[in-house]
Write a protein that binds this ligand. Structure first.
Ligand code: AHR
Length: 510
């Protein structure tokens, strides 16, 4: 093993706060995410409350999920909210043309979603239909959800059994308008976003945080157009006007091609490294979007929201290609852990991120068996749980003056050790990933600015990169206490076995 990597952390020098919302989630009417995943209906044998699965809720509560984006995704731009309120038996059906061309019965609608958020303790992030809806429809939905008096929409909500308005902060102005959300140009969408945002009102005490649908990956020109549109009379360096409070971006980790993305559980070591290179690109992506935003908004008043991220593989064999059901290995866990290090490093601009998606779709936390209903927690779930202490914590810089190990992958370079740290409520949490498939490394944490005690470490790893959890072997990849941490002069030595994720939590007295 090579010499330990030196990492200096000043535990008494807090940086920007890591918004808890970067640990956000996404639930779309897609495949078995809502139906079968979150929602089984009141008549199901699976224990539920109002049709919502209680085992799924219980598992997700351990993640302290801060927000849940719904109803899409592409589905959001063909969803008409009025079809999903009122007596379930009377709700009209529709065709979910994006995802499997299946008939949607609208049994999970606004009230069911808000009940789910309440059970999870998560804030709702509602994505309005800008692609095929109307300004009035979106405006009415905001009124229905958030208005307290006897306005027409508030009265309709009461007729449907809910007296008090809900609090809804996060509001999406459509989804992927450059593609499934209407195939618009950036300039056209910017005009639409301004128009829709105008009529999404703040009712009573409720204050909306309107999120304009942003770029496809590295389309930095899209972000620039949205930033310019915030203040059409101004320009670079002027104050943004505030019709929408944030712009989003979507980026998926896909090491293959769009037509052959690669298999979730059968991959080579080369595929593994190529995946991590694609995941690491998120840092450059966020930096470049932030730089564009800095020009128009140097005070960082406008938020950046990565409201779709994660791995996207070929669907599991024998499953509906339109349902995007995929397994999840230790590789996915390391994609997640490195994303979080990147998110923590962009705490000054990144206000939210939403993994796609929470249950049974893409890089899920939970997989449910369609026949037995049995639930399995994925390796990615465990990363969210191990990292929960970073939510709303002050970021701490991790300086590595002697550098980090680097590996050449094709034409690119991958830094194979990733780290981040934060401090909250008198405790410091350090997250460390060793991405090397074969080499163990050790990190010497040089902890300055306060004495530390009560050190607790956990590790997530497995015998192989392809290890995953499934019914019958649900704990192949699960965290255990890590005994590879020892005291040194001024800090801690942390052993990082090959392909592992480690968290070290400690009390700090400064
Ligand atoms: O998450 C799956 C789909 O990916 C979403 O519906 C869409 O926004 C994106 O293209």
């Amino acid at each position: 093993m090579s010499a330990p990597i030196r990492a200096i952390i000043n535990v008494d020098v807090p940086g920007p706060v890591i918004s808890r919302h970067v640990y956000g989630h996404f639930a779309e009417h897609l495949g078995r995410c809502i139906y079968g995943g979150f929602y089984v209906g009141e008549d199901s044998d699976i224990p539920n409350k109002g049709g919502i699965r209680l085992d799924v809720v219980q598992a997700l509560r351990a993640l302290q999920i801060p927000n849940l984006r719904w109803p899409g995704g592409c589905f959001a731009d063909e969803y008409h909210w009025r079809d999903g309120v009122g007596p379930r038996a009377e709700r009209p059906q529709m065709v979910n043309s994006h995802w499997g061309d299946v008939v949607e019965d609208n049994s999970f609608g606004t009230h069911e979603f808000m009940a789910l958020c309440e059970l999870l303790g998560a804030e709702p992030y509602v994505n309005g239909n800008l692609g095929s809806g109307t300004v009035r429809e979106m405006s009415d939905w905001v009124e229905y959800l958030t208005r307290g008096d006897d306005s027409p929409m508030a009265a309709l909500r009461r007729e449907h059994g809910r007296d008090e308005p809900w609090r809804v902060k996060f509001w999406g102005l459509g989804n992927e308008p450059w593609g499934c959300g209407g195939n618009m140009t950036a300039a056209h969408y910017a005009e639409e976003a301004r128009r829709y945002a105008t009529y999404c009102r703040d009712h009573g005490e409720n204050r909306l945080y309107r999120i304009a649908a942003g770029a496809n990956s590295d389309d930095y020109a899209w972000t620039e157009t949205l930033m310019k549109a915030l203040n059409p009379l101004g320009g670079c360096g002027r104050d943004p006007r505030g019709l929408y409070q944030a712009v989003s971006v979507h980026y998926y980790t896909i090491p293959g091609t769009w037509d052959d993305k690669g298999e979730a559980t059968q991959f080579t070591e080369e595929d593994y490294y190529r995946t991590l290179v694609r995941a690491a690109f998120t840092d450059e992506l966020l930096r470049n979007h932030s730089n564009v935003m800095d020009c128009y908004d140097p005070e960082k008043k406008v938020g950046l929201v990565l409201d779709e991220w994660g791995t996207w593989w070929n669907v599991e064999k024998g499953t509906n290609p339109g349902f995007l059901y995929q397994q999840n290995t230790l590789r996915d866990a390391l994609v997640a852990s490195t994303h979080f290090d990147i998110f923590h490093g962009h705490a000054d601009r990144l206000v939210m991120a939403n993994i796609a998606q929470t249950v049974n779709v893409l890089q899920a936390m939970i997989l449910t068996d369609p026949d037995s209903g049995e639930l399995v927690l994925t390796p990615t779930y465990h990363v969210f749980e191990m990292n929960a202490g970073h939510q709303d914590a002050a970021s701490l810089r991790v300086d590595t003056p002697d550098g980090l190990p680097v590996r050449t992958v094709g034409q690119e370079e991958l830094t194979t050790v990733s780290a981040s740290a934060s401090r909250k409520d008198g405790r410091v949490l350090v997250s460390l990933s060793n991405l090397d498939a074969a080499e163990d490394v050790a990190v010497h944490l040089d902890l300055r600015g306060g004495a530390v005690s009560d050190v607790q470490a956990r590790i997530l790893s497995a015998g192989s990169l392809t290890a995953h959890n499934a019914p019958g072997h649900a704990t192949e990849v699960a965290p255990v206490a890590h005994d590879g941490v020892s005291r040194t002069d001024g800090g801690l030595r942390v052993e990082l076995p090959a392909h592992s994720f480690v968290t070290v939590s400690m009390a700090a007295d400064s």
